[in-house]
Unconditional design. Structure first.
Length: 130
């Protein structure tokens, strides 16, 4: 039986694979949305492992990183802040055409690469208990 932190991490990896699939399908808004969701779940995995408690019900990545005391660089934290700022427009675009321009292939690809790096960093911090 796996622990709750591993369940969160498994879900994070699944969501990240969905982000990659959305990128390949040219659904860039959903790619960014799934990136945010994957990182949220990965940070919740760190929180669960470090505290033994259920994670807070929030989508705020910077807040989760702080609560989990995740070992991230300032640049990585800034990227999480960027995702926090754009989150609602990826979740609930008011103007689909404007959102499609905002989340171009180039932007989604850059976000995907940065998120992959952070996901690996966070994954390395979730060490299965013996």
């Amino acid at each position: 039986m796996i622990g709750p932190e591993q369940e969160w991490m498994d879900q994070a990896e699944y969501d990240f694979s969905a982000a990659e699939a959305m990128f390949k399908a040219r659904k860039y808004i959903y790619c960014v949305f799934m990136i945010q969701l994957a990182l949220e779940k990965a940070l919740k995995a760190v929180f669960v492992q470090r505290t033994g408690q259920a994670p807070p019900r929030t989508h705020k990545l910077v807040y989760l990183a702080e609560l989990a005391q995740a070992a991230l660089t300032e640049e990585q934290i800034q990227f999480l802040g960027l995702l926090d700022a754009v989150g609602p427009s990826a979740r609930y675009p008011k103007d689909l055409k404007a959102a499609m321009k905002e989340y171009s292939r180039r932007i989604a690809g850059e976000h995907l690469a940065r998120a992959r790096e952070i996901l690996q960093c966070v994954k390395n911090q979730v060490i299965p208990k013996p």
